[in-house]
Design a protein around this ligand. Structure first.
Ligand SMILES: C[S@@+](CC[C@H](N)C(=O)[O-])C[C@H]1O[C@@H](n2cnc3c(N)ncnc32)[C@H](O)[C@@H]1O
Length: 179
């Protein structure tokens, strides 16, 4: 019987990757590591051996992944759009859309593993609360502090590149650690 060779574990998964700007740069820089991008709308022809793109709903992609299997998950300006789950439980209580998503991200991350999230300042309190509830510890930094030249690849996204200095003042990056 033919046995399928086990796939290399995913090092970096970008959810709502848009035009794949960040993930392309990272995959080029680290040819030995496996990168995956997922976006519900965009289609990409990828020329790098270590990068694959799925045109798919983020939650559906995560559900197919085994527990403790991914080292880093990233989401730049995409969490609020990824709304593939119910907003009310059976008793009619409001459930923030991100709750299930963060629980699923926690499940698939290796322990320790990191989930990076870039978002606006107004979102931070809710995101922090939901990330803690899902089992993460959370650090928050203003993006201006992170946009140093030597850290550029880790903080780069197309939306960030197009933001004005004024807009950058309101953008924050969360690092959520799963242990
Ligand atoms: C504001 S764009 C951000 C793109 C990129 N991450 C950046 O920083 O420039 C949000 C992206 O999330 C994607 N998206 C929206 N809902 C999604 C879902 N349910 N699953 C996966 N991607 C989704 C959209 O197609 C879009 O490309």
């Amino acid at each position: 019987m033919l046995r399928k060779r086990p796939e290399k574990p995913i090092h970096f998964l970008d959810l709502g990757s848009g035009r794949n700007v960040r993930v392309n740069l990272l995959a080029e820089k680290h040819p030995e590591k496996r990168f995956v991008s997922v976006d519900a709308q965009t289609r990409h022809t990828v020329n790098l051996q270590n990068l694959e793109h799925h045109r798919k709903d983020a939650m559906n992609y995560l559900k197919e992944q085994p527990d403790n299997s991914i080292r880093i998950i990233n989401a730049d300006f995409s969490i609020r759009s990824i709304r593939s789950m119910k907003h009310f439980d059976v008793e009619g209580n409001y459930i923030p859309a991100e709750k299930k998503l963060f629980e699923e991200i926690h499940r698939v991350l290796k322990k320790p593993g990191s989930f990076f999230l870039t978002t606006m300042d107004t979102e931070i309190p809710l995101m922090k609360k939901l990330l803690h509830a899902a089992g993460f510890s959370v650090n928050v930094k203003p993006i201006n502090e992170l946009l140093l030249p030597n850290k550029r690849l880790l903080t780069y996204s197309e939306t960030l590149a197009n933001a004005t200095p004024k807009e950058l003042e309101n953008i924050y990056r969360l690092k959520a650690i799963a242990k």
